[in-house]
Design a binder for this molecule. Structure first.
Ligand code: NAG
Ligand code: NAG
Ligand code: NAG
Ligand code: NAG
Ligand code: NAG
Ligand code: NAG
Ligand code: NAG
Length: 385
């Protein structure tokens, strides 16, 4: 009786105008604001160090995040304001940087990484290609300072879209600049040291934190709080530091089956949403996502892309409507092997990385079967050989 009356009360609340109005607003997204198209961006230089012609040159894109964060208390590592310290202050806090390299800095954004979005990463990829990959480039490497929460997403996006020998190094910090043992200054020094190191060439984008170098495709944030959060559990680190000099364990190589994209003609990335599977997952949010503008969906499956039986009709309906569905794994490890039909398998890409690859595939005009080929063919060929 009590349960029934609670349900009745809840139903009444949902029907009340107070909840219905904002809910109605949320049914469509603000996807088509003109500020989200990226044409040919111009580098807005906000900091230039003194130039020493015998040193290499690095460009730093500062985006905010904990590495530029500040707190009123030096023991507080959770409640702080991300992105209050500008690029000049970041470099000045680590004068050793100017003994390693000349620096040109651009404040590309100033926000915690949860608010870094597809407009900002597309702009950075276009700028990076102009700065690093032009024939007359005098820049040895690019460093992006970034909040850690979505750092792996930006790093993987740069790995797919910036493909010349010069490296992109994405760096962050777990402790704000005002904390005891703040990790940002050392991380930043290590990141610029990697970016200008001849040994770092031809390795794609890398993530540098906590004295370690990880390849962007495989490295993820694995712990919400600790300094050693960035790891590639299976693939490991590609290098570390000895007396602040980067040391790579193997000669330069790139991830197996890496896909490269040219962003020159891409002006925006389509909306792709990520859902995860669990007991009772029924995928009813797929049509809701499509209604709200999603052009593709990634499902973080419970194992190797597994989802419930009741989710299947929604997945099949979306595929039939031309919406690609990619099955990845919410375990963030292992691979979803190629399926050849139905939903598309992610291979070794985790859900958020599958999303970025799907966005680029859609943005370059690929259709369903081309997208399946992109995600599945190389691994399928390997398994069949
Ligand atoms: C959508 O954009 C409108 C106009 O810019 C704004 O008033 C509204 O709050 C936005 N809604 C959401 C959900 O962001
Ligand atoms: C990303 O954020 C910037 C700055 O807040 C905003 O101008 C842009 O419209 C956003 N892009 C998307 C796709 O939301
Ligand atoms: C360049 O960056 C500075 C500092 O962030 C900002 O005040 C200025 O508006 C920017 N200029 C352009 C053209 O974006
Ligand atoms: C320029 O860099 C070189 C190489 O590190 C160093 O020996 C020299 O002292 C620097 N010059 C100045 C003016 O700092
Ligand atoms: C930079 O190099 C010079 C010359 O080798 C040295 O005297 C100075 O202490 C160095 N500065 C830093 C901050 O490492
Ligand atoms: C490289 O060449 C391009 C196109 O000619 C020019 O716009 C750019 O300023 C040059 N960059 C450098 C570093 O010389
Ligand atoms: C970009 O567009 C130009 C002009 O239409 C074209 O010549 C070029 O091949 C395109 N590049 C890519 C990578 O699609």
């Amino acid at each position: 009786m009590k349960f029934t009356s609670t349900l009745v009360a809840a139903a009444g609340l949902l029907a009340s105008p107070a909840l219905a109005a904002p809910y109605a607003q949320l049914q469509t997204r603000n996807t088509t604001s003109s500020s989200s198209t990226v044409e040919q961006p111009v580098l807005n230089v906000t900091y230039t160090s003194p130039v020493n012609s015998s040193l290499p040159n690095v460009v730093i894109f500062a985006t905010g995040g904990t590495i530029a964060g500040s707190s009123a208390s030096n023991t507080d590592t959770t409640k702080y304001t991300a992105g209050v310290v500008g690029i000049e202050a970041l470099v000045q806090a680590v004068p050793n940087i100017l003994n390693v390299t000349n620096v040109v800095g651009s404040q590309v954004a100033n926000t915690g990484s949860v608010n870094i979005n597809s407009t900002i990463i597309l702009r950075m990829a276009k700028l990076a290609n102009g700065i690093l990959c032009a024939e007359n480039s005098t820049t040895d490497g690019l460093v992006i300072t970034h909040g850690t929460d979505t750092l792996e997403e930006t790093a993987f996006f740069m790995d797919m879209t910036v493909n010349c020998k010069s490296p992109v190094v994405v760096v962050g910090a777990m402790r704000p600049s005002t904390a005891i043992s703040a990790d940002g200054p050392a991380n930043l020094l290590e990141a610029v040291t990697v970016a200008v190191s001849p040994a770092a060439r031809n390795r794609g984008a890398m993530i540098v934190l906590n004295d370690r170098i990880g390849q962007a495709t495989y490295t993820s944030k694995t712990n919400a709080n600790s300094l050693d959060t960035f790891q590639a559990i299976e693939q490991g680190y590609i290098g570390g530091f000895l007396s602040n000099k980067p040391f790579f364990y193997y000669p330069a190589s790139q991830p197996t089956f890496k896909n490269k994209f040219d962003v020159t003609n891409i002006t925006e990335l389509p909306q792709v949403d990520v859902l995860i599977s669990y007991q009772n997952f029924d995928a009813a949010l797929i049509p809701a996502a499509v209604k709200a503008g999603a052009k593709g969906i990634v499902i973080g499956g419970t194992g190797a892309g597994s989802t419930t039986d009741v989710a299947q009709p929604y997945i099949e309906a979306a595929l039939a409507a031309g919406i690609p569905i990619v099955l990845s794994s919410k375990t963030n490890g292992g691979a979803v092997p190629p399926s050849g039909s139905g939903a598309i398998s992610s291979g070794f890409l985790n859900p958020v990385k599958s999303r970025l690859q799907l966005q680029l595939a859609l943005a370059t005009g690929m259709g369903m079967e081309e997208i399946r080929g992109l995600f599945e063919d190389k691994l399928a060929g390997y398994l069949e050989a």
